[in-house]
Structure formats: C-alpha cells, structure tokens
Design a binder for this molecule. Structure first.
Ligand code: SF4
Length: 417
C-alpha cells in the first residue's frame, strides 16, 4: 500500500497546475478565545508568502485524487495520461492539514480533485474534508474548495458553509475550444453553477447586512465569505488577449467573481497534437494580470486596454503605458488639478499614489521633487504630467522616440563563459 508521504508527493505535484488560490478577502477568524484551531488573520505565527504575481503559496494545495474519469487534453491528470495515480482518504487530508497547520507550515487548505465515480460522489468527499476540519477539529484556518459544476445543489450549499472560497474553473476563454479540448465538460453547467454560487453569495451578503443587531435573530447561513474565483488557461488555444479579457469582463460582471486567475499553459508529457508544443511566454500571463487590474481598479473598459487592431497586449511595456502612448492627446495632465479618474490613468501612478497626491495637494501644490516621496517612478510619469515646476517639452510627448524610451534595452546574448 502506498504511504501518505508518497501520496503527498504525487497529489501536491498534480495540484500545482491550478493557479486559482489566494487567501485574501475572507472574514476574520481566530482561536484566541481558546476554542478551535487556527486563524485567518495575518501574523499569529503563520507565514504568509506570496509569489510575485500574487499567488498565495502558504496553503496546503493538494488533490484528493489525481485519478479522473475525464480526458481534458490540457490536463496531466486526464484519464489517458500515463502518470502514477494516488488517492487520499478524507481522514488523511484532514490529518495532514492539522499537522501542517500546527507546525506553521501552512495557513490553510486548497483542495481539488479529479472526478471519480460521479460528480456527486467526488464533491461529497471534498466536502467531507472541510466538514471534519470545521466540525470535529474546530479548524478556523482558510479553506478553498474546488467545486464540481455538475454536483448537487445541496452539496454546493454545504461546501459554502465550510469553505472561505469556492472556485470553478472556466478552463479556456472560448466555448468552442472547451468543446475541443475538454469534450466531457459542459460550459453551460459551469456557468449555471457559477450563477448559483453568485445567488447564494448575494443571499448570504444580504442576510448579513440586513441582520439588525437590536433584534435577536438566527444567524444567517454562512456561504463562502471570500467569494468565488476561476482560472483560465492561457495559450492552450488560439484565443488572443482581447478575447481573454472580454471573457474575464463578462465573468466579473455576470457572476461577481473575486478573481480570474490566468495560468500560462505548460506542455505536459504525452500531450495531444491539438495542443501547442511550447508554453506561451510567462510575461503574457503577467500582462494579463496587469490588464485585469486596470479593469477592476483603474476604471478602464476592456475595449480600451487592448489595441483593437492588434488583439494582443504588448509584452515589452505594461498595458497602462501602452494605452497612454496610444492616447497622447489626453496628456500632459495637471497633477494638481486632475480628477481621480484621470490621475489613475497616468503611467506609474498606482491607486495608493493617487490617494497620496489628492491628500497632499489639499495642503500644498505638488512639485517634481515630491514624486519620490509619493512613491511614483519619475522617469515613467514625467513625460505625461504637469507639476508646479515641470511641464514636458511638447516634442517629447509627441515624438516617436517616447515609446522607445520605455522599451527594455536590447542586450547582447552572452556565450556562457
Ligand atoms: S476534470 Fe479536472 S482533473 Fe479531470 S481531466 Fe479534466 S481538468 Fe483534469
């Protein structure tokens, strides 16, 4: 019989392709009252580590099993894949989570699974882990459960009772590609379940906000306080960045997703010929995350972010700078007078920097020397802004050389000796 250590090697490795975990945005919970185990608050002796792209790396991220009835071509766990298989029992995952948590290795659990027997059977196993952790071990750490779209509604409701976040992968940006690459998956079931999650999330939120503290009422049912997220694989099909971002905008709008995670396709062993041979450049994934932030926090419409004629985001400069270079008629912008919305569009101006600008200019007018204190990269911003002691030369803003100034310098390849 396979030991737990070997199972962990296989099932943690098999889970690494899923990018859709981050432990942000949930309710605050801790065990400082002496009851229960763990906390979702930062500190408390638990190490939070985030990869540079924002992925949370302090969760125990495993599959319950990497055996799967489905044959999604892009997935290393597909039924036709020649990989070693393993399966945890519910109790094994519970024990691992508790042991790792006690040793401060992790702050919570991200649990997904290949589909075995049926969607309901698999979902019931996944929910059992969360139920045992919460009810038998009073575990108060973070739990993210991957939801199986075809599973029964009662199981999904129960998953939301125990999990902080639920996610369903949309997988690829276009329906036609899903039909080709994952023929057993049903895009309507995926969207229907995302819609059901949204309704349950709205209901829980409504109950919470209308819960009049002066009247003794039953507590509203808890449902995934950190919301729902999804993952899209980038570069497994021919969808361009414009299509990807339109799909994301639709998902954010229709299902109130907390996050869409972009995961650059990585070629897998014995891959189908329907898949590309090489992975897309990782920087493409990074540019999509930047574009996603522009949509969610900087007031950009998806149609503005990608140059309509190109369809792809430039890889050498960030999407906000690329937009500013295409719209030089909007600049230079007077930092001491411009609206918040316009300031958010200046290259190099982050949201916090804009807040600092607005607070500072109430008391004094902003000069070039203040940019460093406001954490604004001077070289990036100066061509686009007017300050009380600075105005860019018109030829600089209009000249063809401005774009060149921001592109990374070409470097001679070394010989390795
Ligand atoms: S259902 Fe999930 S685990 Fe199974 S092959 Fe498809 S992507 Fe992989």
């Amino acid at each position: 019989m396979m030991d737990v250590q070997r199972k962990l090697e296989i099932l943690a490795d098999a889970a690494k392709y899923d990018a859709s975990c981050a432990s942000s945005g949930t309710e605050k919970r801790d065990s400082s009252d002496g009851k229960g185990l763990g906390s979702t608050s930062p500190g408390m002796g638990i190490c939070h580590s985030y990869a540079p792209d924002g992925r949370c790396i302090s969760l125990l991220k495993v599959l319950l099993t990497n055996a799967c009835n489905y044959d999604c071509l892009y997935c290393v766990n597909r039924t036709s894949s020649n990989v070693p298989r393993a399966r945890f029992t519910v109790d094994e995952v519970v024990k691992l989570t508790i042991d790792f948590y006690r040793r401060n290795y992790i702050e919570g659990l991200f649990l997904s699974s290949g589909i075995i027997r049926s969607a309901d059977y698999t979902m019931e196993q996944v929910v059992s882990v969360a139920r045992k952790l919460r009810e038998e071990h009073l575990f108060r750490g973070y739990i993210h459960l991957k939801t199986i779209p075809e599973a029964d509604d009662a199981l999904i409701t129960e998953a939301g009772k125990y999990a902080d976040r639920l996610s369903i992968n949309i997988e690829v940006p276009e329906e036609a590609s899903l039909a080709k690459l994952a023929p057993e998956k049903d895009v309507r079931a995926i969207r229907r379940t995302m819609g059901r999650l949204r309704l349950k999330l709205d209901e829980a939120q409504e109950n919470n906000s209308s819960n009049d503290k002066t009247i003794t009422k039953a507590k509203p049912p808890r449902f995934a306080p950190a919301g729902q997220s999804t993952q899209m694989i980038i570069g497994a099909d021919a969808a361009d960045d414009k299509t990807i971002l339109h799909t994301s905008a639709n998902l954010y709008g229709s299902y109130k997703l907390k996050r869409v995670y972009y995961s650059a396709f990585s070629p897998i062993p014995d891959a189908s010929r329907a898949l590309p041979l090489a992975a897309p450049p990782l920087v493409r994934e990074h540019r999509l995350y930047q574009a996603d932030w522009l949509m969610r926090f900087y007031g950009f419409d998806v149609g503005e972010i990608v140059d309509e004629s190109a369809g792809m985001l430039p890889l050498d400069i960030d999407p906000k700078l690329a937009w500013a270079l295409r719209h030089r008629e909007r600049f230079p912008l007077d930092v001491n007078r411009a609206s918040r919305e316009d300031l958010l569009r200046v290259p190099g101006f982050g949201r916090k920097a804009v807040d600092r600008i607005i607070a500072t200019r109430r008391v004094t007018s902003i000069r070039a020397a203040d940019l460093a204190r406001l954490h604004i990269p001077k070289n990036k911003a100066l061509p686009f802004i007017v300050l009380s002691d600075h105005r860019p030369q018109p030829h600089l803003l209009d000249g063809a050389k401005l774009a060149e100034r921001f592109r990374p310098k070409a470097t001679q390849l070394g010989f390795g000796f």
